[in-house]
Write a protein that binds this ligand. Structure first.
Ligand code: ATP
Ligand code: SF4
Ligand code: MG
Length: 338
């Protein structure tokens, strides 16, 4: 059975007399246990908002929150807040928050902090909870005895491992990681990525991995969603999205990466992300898209299905749109893709 199926998810915030369209009709699927989906995109594209919607940890100024979230066949959006907290949050879906290394409590020992969610549940004894915390700390690659230490005695990479262990304490099926390596140096980043790969294999945790870095996502993830202005411009198998992108934004993101054996320099992404209180009419990417044509200015492209089960929100994938100008655009697009 499909582990996670998100359909048409919306999360809007009130901001003064405006509405921020942070998540605006997002769909995403994780088919199997142990599969990872990467969400990549520029700052402000709604990545964290989608994650907090899945955890139902919403701020007070929510203007709209709806859609369908099926986890193992169970519709989560119809659960009351109490049932969601009792059955789902931390137990089935857990999250490593953006910047969460810095919110470890400085006056509590590491073992206690990792065990705390279990202790709060009141279902196991203190001894059992601390034992489970210790074995998890070992599982995430930390040395024996770390449970007795305090956060200031740990390096950045060790703190990130502690935060990951804390998220795993209730044995969740799905772990959301929001920029888990962005504050770490490259070698520690690589160690954390290896740990995440291990956890995918054993115990087979499924992951949503949020990052600005499409290279990191490609290292870990089986599927990639490319977030743009509150929507997913493209979603599909990592291989297909990286080697055969079907959305101009993905194409430009890939062209902006430096490559070792490339003679041409990387190309900067043109323009700026839009203001999500007033997303552009038509295709949201049209003000920055070198391939935009008439229909893009007035109509919003739907999610065109791709052969790999993914989709791309771009009219260039519409076999029904025809005409010479469109064909010329298609040729230009085909020639300039990565
Ligand atoms: N509580 C809130 N109230 C109003 N607007 C918000 C709130 N939280 C986020 N936003 C806005 O929603 C949009 C999406 O923000 P979000 O944090 O989800 O983006 P992101 O892709 O995670 O960005 P980053 O890569 O910088 O972490 C942004 O325009 C942001 O300013
Ligand atoms: S729909 Fe049009 S503007 Fe949008 S990405 Fe495709 S070509 Fe560019
Ligand atoms: Mg974020």
């Amino acid at each position: 059975m499909t582990l996670l199926a998100i359909r048409d998810l919306y999360l809007h915030y009130r901001s003064g007399d405006r509405v921020v369209h942070a998540v605006d009709g997002v769909s995403l699927t994780i088919e199997n246990k142990g599969e990872a989906v990467g969400i990549v995109g520029e700052s402000g594209s709604g990545k964290t908002s989608m994650a907090t919607a899945l955890m139902r940890m919403l701020p007070r100024n929510v203007a709209r929150f709806d859609g369908s979230i099926l986890l193992d066949g169970q519709e989560l959006t119809i659960l009351s807040d109490d049932d969601f907290r009792r059955q789902i949050r931390w137990k089935k879906i857990a999250m490593v928050f953006q910047g969460s290394m810095s919110i470890l409590n400085p006056v509590l020992r590491i073992g206690f902090q990792v065990a705390e969610p279990l202790l709060a549940g009141g279902e196991v004894s203190k001894r059992e909870a601390l034992q489970r915390a210790e074995s998890l700390l070992e599982r995430v690659g930390l040395p024996a005895g770390i449970a007795q230490r305090y956060p200031h005695e740990l390096s950045g990479g060790q703190k990130q491992r502690v935060v990951i262990a804390t998220a795993l304490i209730m044995n969740p099926d799905l772990l959301i990681l929001d920029e888990p390596t962005s504050a770490l140096d490259v070698s520690v980043q690589a160690q954390i990525m290896n740990l995440l790969k291990d956890l995918k294999e054993d115990p087979g945790i499924s992951m949503i991995f949020i990052t600005h870095d499409i290279g990191l996502a490609s290292d870990l993830c089986d599927h990639i969603a490319v977030a743009y202005a509150g929507q997913h411009a493209e979603f599909g198998s990592a291989e297909r999205v990286l080697l055969d992108p079907h959305h101009p934004y993905t194409n430009l993101l890939l062209r902006s990466l430096p490559r070792l054996h490339e003679t041409e320099p990387p190309q900067a992404m043109p323009g700026q992300p839009p203001d999500l209180t007033r997303p552009p009419a038509g295709c949201r990417f049209h003000p920055r898209c070198p391939w935009a044509f008439e229909v893009c200015f007035s109509e919003a492209p739907p999610e065109y299905p791709m052969a790999d089960g993914g989709h791309a929100r771009c009219f260039l994938n519409d076999a029904a749109v025809s005409g010479d100008r469109f064909q010329a655009h298609l040729r230009h697009w085909a020639e300039s893709r990565v």
